[in-house]
Design a binder for this molecule. Structure first.
Ligand code: NAD
Length: 475
């Protein structure tokens, strides 16, 4: 299979190609066009040309096309989820039931929303001020390899619905579903040039895209290191930066134990642990620490590791051999730093023949972790849990905040006052109380500190995809 760029509604061949590989089997899935400055320039020019007409369409007309794209995605869930699972190793139970259906929802949600964009008025005795929201223009949308389809559509849907045009760049490790998105967008009737896709590496395709003077806004999801680089390169553009995390999952001794345990297991092992909002630092109050550790390890040992196309698999392969090596290096480091390895580790999992060559690692649990250890401070981005004991509320908040990141957080307690105090005290963009991560498309999604700036979701997506303009009329 060959995947080309999509520029001005047409497939554009690459001057070079790279391969995308199934991380469970190492089989080559496709030859993918590798873009550079020339392709980026062509894509931005196409998006710039398409912008005035697309922006001028009545929102109801844009909404129809955007909704149609969502409907097409919903109709292709089996195909898209299988493609996503093969390209990323994310298990089919997640891609088929959660991630691809949610991508369809992103379009239906923003189709509803774009017809409701209104303005504000600020009347005074001498002037009538009113504020309009205009689309920004050409937007650069950059996606990482974990949950790539959901993330790309989370950007493409509001971007297009609000009247902007886009150049989408997927991760070089997971480009497949986005290329189908481009085809489905044309099938939905979205005009040529409104959604362009340039494939390629960050340095070759990403950098010229974020630097391009005709790009007015950047919506980036990826690592903190790349986010920092982009902010320096981009100059004066609007941007939203959704970056890395190392989120605290805090369990007090009065918590509903089983509920906390279920959520803790889910938040670190689902999506292969390759999840930005993973509850990767599990802070447990000392009176229940020993019991929690014992039960958590028992659950971790039972997690099904295997073929991501098997509905029963919970943990599939890591995205690439390079990423597997990174995860393994932290598993090697943990005991050297003084953490206690309770399960998992560097042994190879028992695997079905089809996926024997995959990039697998066992679900791993470290106990007695000190929050200052590197395994607690760095984003490992794999199925590796760090269990950290704490004394009391103040200690929990201190440890939770003793980190560069601030994306998500989780608090489990039956004490309502404490729940609110701790939720307010943790430095993070999101806090879930007595709950795993649940997405509501209206809520502000994003982080603080090294986890990023800006929020997306609901009206929060205005921040990057709409430009407010105030008009003051003398009366
Ligand atoms: P990455 O930063 O390596 O790459 C992300 C994207 O940026 C890719 O498309 C890549 O090609 C591109 N890129 C790389 N260098 C670039 C440059 N100089 N200019 C422009 N683009 C460039 O991240 P990754 O390894 O693909 O993804 C994993 C990271 O993403 C983790 O840190 C994870 O926490 C984070 N993430 C964050 C969220 C969130 O919402 N906060 C969601 C998912 C993933």
């Amino acid at each position: 299979m060959r995947i080309d760029h999509l520029i001005a509604g047409k497939p554009v061949a690459g001057r070079d190609y790279f391969t995308t590989v199934n991380p469970a089997t190492q089989e080559v899935l496709a030859e993918v066009a590798s873009g550079g400055e020339a392709e980026v320039n062509a894509a931005v020019a196409a998006a710039k040309e398409a912008f005035p007409k697309w922006a001028a369409l009545p929102a109801t007309d844009r909404a129809k096309l955007v909704r149609k794209l969502g409907e097409l995605i919903a109709r292709h869930v089996p195909e898209l989820s299988q493609m996503e699972t093969n390209d990323t190793g994310q298990v089919i139970a997640q891609t088929g039931k959660q991630l691809v259906p949610r991508a369809a929802d992103n379009f239906s949600y923003f189709a509803e929303m774009c017809v409701r964009v209104d303005g504000h008025t600020y009347p005074t005795p001498t002037h009538l001020n009113y504020t309009l929201f205009h689309p920004v223009g050409v937007c650069a949308l950059i996606s990482p390899w974990n949950v790539p389809f959901m993330t790309a559509t989370w950007k493409v849907a509001p971007c297009l619905a609000f009247g902007n045009t886009a150049v989408l760049k997927m991760s070089e490790l997971s480009p497949m579903t986005a290329s189908r998105l481009g085809e489905l967008a044309l099938e939905a009737g979205i005009p040529a040039g409104v959604l362009n896709i340039v494939h390629g590496y960050g340095k070759d395709a990403g950098e010229p895209l974020v630097r391009h003077p005709d790009v007015r806004a950047i919506s980036f999801t990826g690592s903190t290191a790349t986010g920092n680089r982009i902010v320096k390169e981009a100059g004066l553009k609007k941007f939203s930066m959704e970056l890395g995390g190392k989120s605290p999952f805090v369990v007090f001794d009065d918590a509903d134990f089983e509920r906390a345990l279920d959520a803790a297991v889910f938040m670190i092992f689902s999506n292969n642990g390759e999840r930005c909002t993973a509850g990767s630092r599990i802070l447990v109050q000392k009176p229940i620490y020993a019991k929690f550790v014992e039960r958590f390890v028992a659950r971790a040992k039972k997690i099904a590791v295997g073929d991501p196309l098997d509905e029963k698999t919970i943990v599939g392969p890591m995205i690439s051999p390079g990423h597997l090596a990174k995860v393994r290096s932290y598993i090697e480091l943990g005991p050297k730093e003084g953490a206690t390895l309770l399960c998992g580790g560097l042994d190879a999992p028992l695997l079905p023949d089809r996926v024997k060559k995959g990039n697998y690692v066992l679900p791993t649990v470290f106990a007695d972790v000190d929050n200052r250890m590197k395994i607690a401070q760095d984003e490992i981005f794999g199925p590796v849990a760090c269990l950290i004991p704490f004394e009391d509320e103040a200690d929990a908040v201190r440890i939770a905040n003793d980190i560069s990141y601030g994306l998500s957080s989780y608090v489990f307690t039956e004490n309502i006052g404490r729940a609110h105090r701790v939720a307010a005290g943790i430095e993070a963009g999101m806090c879930f109380v007595n709950s795993q991560n649940v997405r509501d498309l209206r809520q502000p999604f994003g982080g603080t500190k090294a986890s990023g700036t800006g929020r997306e979701g609901g009206t929060w997506s205005y921040e990057v995809f709409l430009e407010p303009k105030n008009i003051a009329v003398s009366l």
